[in-house]
Design a protein around this ligand. Structure first.
Ligand SMILES: Nc1ncnc2c1ncn2[C@@H]1O[C@H](COP(=O)(O)OP(=O)(O)OP(=O)(O)O)[C@@H](O)[C@H]1O
Length: 497
């Protein structure tokens, strides 16, 4: 096979950076060739061969080599934490699916305690000091799209109009963060802000996530007394962390602790915050764990410094807290909660505390520190009304061209992720986590026509068929996480209030 015909033989080579060139009538000479930055005529890539034969291989035919190349062609390097696998020059992308299941995107279709513990063990190897805050959002054009709050954040802001899927995305984020890290290395605090505007009755909100073993505290912002306690507890937690860390940041402190504190870095031991006397919580607050102030170390001696978890505070309806409706039950205390959240936005990065906030009214939240300091932004798009619709409104400024042109019906949760160092936004379909467990076991094989030019694309996702009743994916994951946490002896942080 000549060099040119080897290049032209298979469209598979189009996306390769490096290829093996087999020569001889019955191919035995193996040379490694690299794609040059320049291209030959008609967009054909130039390939640069090494000077010498790299190896002599068992005799294989040209047909065998082509079959082998085609078998390799659909394979892609594993997705990076950013979900933009493949690096520069990789052009292969697939259209976004109309809906996505979070557990599929996480690679946890059958979430088992063993698979979760294996992930947590890998996280401890990859991020030995301080916890991992990595969350898969959903399906992107080149595989799962993920955000790393520790590396890319520290904070994430989600904007989207009514019904665009903000609450579901926050739930998926909570589930995804939990799947990536042990509860003793990652703590989640959940706040439903809608109560501040009298919206507590708008469904379950984030409360459905309270079975995740990582969730220490849940608050619906409708009781001013509890809200003030919550705000005070958050502020105290920041202060406690600041005193504990001294001049070090969260990761450096944990690194020094792991290395036996050379230089005496984590010398301070700060007592857990005492919450004082608090009445039994009303139904708007779930006290999920023993309170922080009720955890005492044995004896009078101060305990040795111990690692403590990253903390992610997830807030739904942040705009309702910033501008609460007149007469709403949470209005009198909304200001104190917002001030505590703003302190996280300003100082959280250094302290291992992250804010993830969803806002339905970006005009109301634009001037907040949460928006100014959000390294990561997600914009969720309004759903198209369908190709034939004459009632289609003027495209909103943040509606993507692709979505507007296709006019295709898709589930809520269609969004774009914007990273600060990344000019282009990454489109994705958010993975749903509160859908019923799909009936995958009874799905028959499907036969679909496959166009030649799409041969190298990742396999199309099957449409989901959900059980009419029964547990949700979230319940399935939460139960597996609970068992994994128990087996791994990974306790949850005590509740804030
Ligand atoms: N990724 C998704 N896949 C499938 N369905 C979704 C997805 N996200 C949301 N939904 C569905 O869309 C509807 C609205 O979702 P959700 O409540 O999360 O939107 P929202 O933006 O928070 O709405 P609101 O502005 O009223 O608070 C719900 O019925 C939900 O189940």
């Amino acid at each position: 096979m000549s060099y040119e015909s080897a290049c032209a033989a298979s469209a598979a080579f189009a996306s390769c950076e490096v290829a093996a060139l087999l020569s001889g009538d019955v191919a035995t000479g193996l040379q490694i060739v690299r794609r040059d930055a320049a291209t030959g005529g008609a967009g054909v890539p130039l390939w640069v061969a090494g000077a010498t034969t790299a190896a002599t291989v068992d005799a294989v035919s040209g047909a065998w080599a082509e079959r082998f190349a085609r078998a390799l062609a659909p394979l892609r390097p594993a997705a990076s934490a950013h979900g933009d696998e493949g690096g520069p020059g990789r052009q292969v992308s697939a259209p976004l699916p109309d809906s996505a299941r979070l557990l599929d995107e996480l690679g946890l279709a059958r979430a088992t305690p063993a698979s979760l513990m294996a992930r947590w063990a890998a996280a401890a190897d990859e991020v030995p000091a301080g916890g991992r805050a990595l969350a898969v959002l959903g399906a992107g054009p080149r595989g799962p799209v993920a955000v790393d709050l520790a590396a890319d954040g520290p904070h994430l802001l989600i904007d989207g109009g009514p019904g665009t899927g903000k609450t579901e995305l926050l739930r998926s984020l909570a589930a995804s963060l939990a799947a990536a890290e042990r509860p003793d290395r990652l703590e989640l605090v959940l706040l439903d802000g809608a109560g501040a505007s009298g919206g507590a009755e708008r469904g379950e909100g984030l409360r459905v996530c309270t079975d995740l073993p990582h969730v220490s505290t849940y608050l619906a912002a409708s009781d001013p007394v509890r809200m003030r306690e919550f705000a005070q507890a958050l502020s105290s937690e920041l202060k406690r962390r600041a005193e504990l860390l001294g001049r070090l940041d969260f990761v450096t402190w944990h690194t020094r602790l792991r290395e036996g504190a050379p230089g005496g870095a984590p010398a301070r031991v700060i007592a857990p915050r005492s919450p004082g006397d608090i009445d039994p919580p009303p139904s708007t607050t779930l006290r999920l764990r023993p309170q922080r102030g009720h955890q005492h170390d044995d004896g009078d001696q101060p305990a040795a410094p111990r690692p403590f978890p990253r903390l992610v505070v997830l807030v739904d309806d942040f705009d309702a807290l910033v501008a609460p409706a007149l007469g709403s039950p949470g209005r009198p205390a909304a200001g104190s909660v917002v001030r505590a959240l703003e302190a996280i936005a300003r100082d959280g990065a250094h302290l291992g505390v992250h804010l993830v906030a969803a806002s339905g009214r970006p005009d109301r939240t634009a001037d907040t520190a949460a928006v100014e300091r959000a390294g990561l932004r997600i914009v969720l798009e309004p759903r198209p009304l369908g190709p034939a619709s004459s009632e289609r409104p003027e495209a909103e400024p943040h509606t993507s061209d692709a979505s507007a042109e296709s006019g295709r019906e898709h589930a809520p949760g269609r969004g774009r992720l914007l990273r600060p160092d990344d000019g282009a936004a990454t489109p994705f379909q958010a993975g749903r986590v509160t859908g019923r467990i799909p009936r995958t076991a009874t799905q028959r094989p499907t036969v679909v026509p496959l166009e030649w030019e799409r041969m190298g694309d990742p396999p199309a996702r099957r449409p989901l068929r959900e059980l009419g009743n029964g547990p949700t994916d979230l319940a399935l994951l939460a139960s597996a996480l609970q068992r994994a946490a128990q087996s791994a002896d990974a306790p949850t942080a005590p509740a804030l209030i």
